[in-house]
Design a binder for this molecule. Structure first.
Ligand SMILES: Cc1cc2nc3c(=O)[nH]c(=O)nc-3n(C[C@H](O)[C@H](O)[C@H](O)COP(=O)(O)OP(=O)(O)OC[C@H]3O[C@@H](n4cnc5c(N)ncnc54)[C@H](O)[C@@H]3O)c2cc1C
Length: 296
């Protein structure tokens, strides 16, 4: 069994920041990442609120810089997804598909998972053209894309795709929940169409030609033919790998300073990169000081 002092679940901005700081402090640390290093940030069209980039930076480029820093500092990264976590009163045990890792401190930096469309409105064959992150679309070209949602992510996705595709944002209600500046930018672009009061009723496959969406638009039934559907209807903490018994011990372990939840997984509506990075740095410093205290 592998053993380390600290294990970090997730290599998004918060996990990277924690991993970099702990490694700098000389504390044996591993970071486990089940997807792509950089996490959700890789989707951000243009990040304008992360200090040190006066003209903004693409999320994918900022994520790449963070990844480079991870390697430059020599953080140990395991490309493995954590499937379960256990605690025996002294150590944590992280189970991945290939091994079990024991550690004394656990940092959960697993971010959020998307709210999914209900199965009953999606034909099974249509699933293949439905996405929840813009990076998974793999830079489509001249495609027709419907985006479901009306928050920052939906508008950010639209701005990301509009240069090369025709996009329609479908909002279930009248109310937009995005930053005013995203709306201002979106409404100037002829390749972005915005439709309020459009409720998605049914998604079906049209084979190789795409998807057929059935909508209720202000009470009238309408259809759309699109290549892809991108869903941005909210996100929730990603803690599915914790069994209910362990989940009940989270607060106790946090109070004892053994476990830390950092970044989007615990930040509610305050899901921003700089906050996630700050959380990671703080957790790393707290762990470092605890280790120093014990060794006095
Ligand atoms: C479209 C969009 C635009 C955005 N724009 C901005 C912006 O302009 N400015 C800004 O500050 N923020 C922006 N954000 C938010 C920013 O991306 C997040 O706040 C940030 O990525 C949170 O970092 P995190 O490390 O907490 O979580 P995440 O980035 O979600 O990283 C979590 C990581 O954990 C991994 N993971 C999860 N479960 C497991 C497991 N069981 N085992 C192993 N690995 C696991 C995931 O694969 C992921 O890589 C945007 C987000 C989106 C979607």
């Amino acid at each position: 069994m592998m053993h380390c002092t600290v294990a970090i679940i997730g290599a998004g901005p918060s996990g990277i920041a924690a991993g970099v700081q702990l490694t700098r402090c000389g504390i044996p640390t591993v970071v486990l990442e089940g997807g792509a290093v950089g996490g959700l940030l890789r989707n951000a069209h243009w990040v304008e609120n992360y200090p040190a980039f006066p003209n903004g930076i693409k999320g994918i480029d900022l994520a790449r810089r963070m990844e480079e820093q991870l390697y430059a500092i020599g953080v140990e990264l395991l490309p493995q997804s954590v499937q379960a976590v256990d605690w025996d009163g002294k150590q944590f045990y992280l189970v991945t598909s290939t091994q079990t890792i024991a550690c004394e401190f656990l940092v959960i930096a697993s971010g959020t998972r998307p709210r999914l469309l209900p199965d009953q409105i999606v034909e099974k064959a249509a699933q293949i053209r439905i996405f929840y992150q813009v990076v998974d679309l793999n830079q489509p070209h001249q495609a027709k894309i419907a985006i479901l949602g009306a928050g920052d992510a939906a508008f950010d996705y639209a701005l990301n795709l509009a240069a090369d595709n025709a996009v329609e944002i479908l909002n279930r209600t009248e109310r937009k929940r995005c930053l005013a500046l995203l709306w201002e930018r979106a409404k100037c672009l002829p390749t972005i169409r915005y439709t309020p009061n459009a409720e998605l009723l049914w998604v079906e496959s049209e084979g190789a030609t795409g998807l057929r969406l059935t909508l209720s638009c202000a009470g009238k039934t309408e259809t759309r033919h699109v290549d892809y559907l991108l869903v941005a209807i909210g996100r929730e903490p990603n803690l599915g790998f914790l069994n209910p018994v362990f989940a009940q011990q989270l607060v106790m372990l946090e109070t004892a300073g053994q476990l830390y939840r950092i970044g989007d997984v615990q930040n509610g509506i305050y899901r921003q990169t700089a906050i996630a990075v700050g959380d990671g740095l703080k957790a790393a410093m707290q762990i470092y000081h605890q280790i120093l205290e014990v060794s006095k």
